[in-house]
Design a protein around this ligand. Structure first.
Ligand code: 5GP
Ligand code: ZN
Length: 119
């Protein structure tokens, strides 16, 4: 999948609309189109990195930035008492979109023990 065809790169470029949560020079956060919890958004690097399995040393800074933004953005979205981060990776991890993304899932109530895909 090239950056040209990647749907999350298209969202970064504004070619596909998204409900934006946060943006800076390195990262973008937007709501998941098919939420699995009352609060469900994703944080992505603007740079195309196919998956966590393909992250490299040079990606350390942007991945660190994503992680340190999770708490603030989760609280701002109303997940004030905790949240879950999920990074599906590769075939075994059941990744659907091959542009690295961190899911943030939360809300008022405790989540199920684990969130898993039905199919
Ligand atoms: P994955 O299964 O790769 O971890 O997660 C991909 C996520 O991207 C899914 O939860 C799916 O609902 C979401 N998604 C797929 N296409 C779009 C889109 O065009 N816009 C938004 N906002 N989310 C999308
Ligand atoms: Zn991409």
């Amino acid at each position: 999948m090239s950056e040209q065809d990647c749907i999350f790169c298209k969202i970064v470029r504004g070619e596909i609309p998204s409900r934006k949560v946060y943006e800076d020079d390195q990262i973008l956060a937007f709501h998941d189109i098919n939420p699995a919890a009352p609060v469900h958004f994703m944080i992505i690097p603007k740079k195309h990195i196919a998956s966590l399995g393909e992250a490299e040393e040079e990606d350390r800074d942007v991945l660190g930035r994503i992680m340190v933004m999770t708490g603030r953005l989760a609280r701002e979205q109303g997940s004030t008492d905790g949240f879950r981060t999920v990074v599906n990776t590769g075939r075994v991890g059941r990744q659907d979109v091959y542009h690295l993304h961190v899911h943030i899932l939360g809300g008022d109530k405790p989540l199920p023990g684990m969130i898993h895909k039905s199919k």
